[in-house]
Design a protein around this ligand. Structure first.
Ligand SMILES: [Zn+2]
Length: 269
């Protein structure tokens, strides 16, 4: 009996581990999901989700949530897109044979704790060889906690202005566009046919069919909705695949308009 439980626990652990990572290939890069965890989220924080919307999209009063970072491997470079909380990050990187010292660049979408938590551990810089890319507008809005973390990277920071109508190149392989609203300088990144949209969505099950629903974590919910609608159109127009920091496993998928002002997100396989 005991062996059966051990076996079940092992299988469970393997299943969990399998949800930790996923590799998507673009023309010039591998985009690797580094999951910090998957969990069911409640609806308390949604803004503008009517009873009708909830009935249709989340009748169980919960939706699948996740926290992700991504590793971009391209032309011999290791680029990290956000760092998650830093809970599973280092184990996940190790699984792909990458040490923190081998990270060449970190592109930050914004300065919330679930995106910059992995930059520092016990007051120590975790990525000693990485340049840190951040929108200047976001830097200017940083709170004390974020400023304290960024100060440790002060000699490695690259501040830039993301593009408004099209991506501006920040690293040879990576472009950036503004997606202000979730935070004052929330930025999305592009590599080949892929957009990494950071926190453009939190509740995929609700915000894909109803992209006008916001969330209380948005600094400016109205601006977040406008930016989301604009970027979703851009994604469709340019036929991009999308990866997101709160998109459930595998964290990457394709989009299609549903003809009713919403979108259908299909996870890649
Ligand atoms: Zn977040």
């Amino acid at each position: 009996m005991k062996q059966i439980f051990t076996l079940l626990a092992l299988l469970g652990a393997l299943a969990l581990q399998a949800q930790n990572t996923f590799i998507y290939k673009t023309k010039n890069a591998e985009i690797i999901l580094l999951s910090e965890g998957q969990r069911a989220s409640n609806l308390n924080n949604l803004i503008g989700a009517t009873e009708e919307i909830i009935e249709q999209t989340a009748p169980e009063k919960t939706y699948p949530g996740a926290t992700n970072a991504f590793l971009i491997r391209t032309k011999g470079k290791n680029i990290l897109a956000d760092t998650g909380h830093g809970r599973e990050l280092f184990k996940n990187l190790e699984q792909h044979g990458v040490t923190p010292e081998q990270i060449d660049a970190i592109i930050l979408t914004h300065l919330h704790g679930d995106h910059i938590g992995g930059l520092v551990k016990e007051g120590k810089v975790m990525f000693p060889n990485a340049k840190l890319y951040l929108a200047e507008t976001e830097y200017k809005s940083a709170n004390e906690n974020a400023l304290g973390i960024l100060a440790l990277y002060s000699d490695k920071m690259v501040l830039f202005e993301p593009g408004d109508e099209s991506p501006v190149k920040v690293i040879d392989e990576v472009g950036a566009m503004m997606n202000y609203g979730h935070t004052p300088g929330h930025t999305v990144y592009f590599i080949d046919n892929l957009i990494i949209w950071g926190d453009m969505t939190h509740a995929m099950a609700i915000q894909m069919p109803y992209p006008k629903v916001a969330i209380s974590y948005d600094t400016n919910p109205k601006a977040a909705v406008e930016s989301r609608l604009k970027m979703l159109e851009y994604i469709i127009k340019h036929n991009l695949t999308a990866a997101g920091m709160h998109v459930p496993y595998p964290g990457i998928g394709t989009l299609k308009a549903d003809g009713k002002g919403g979108y259908i997100f299909t996870p890649v396989k």
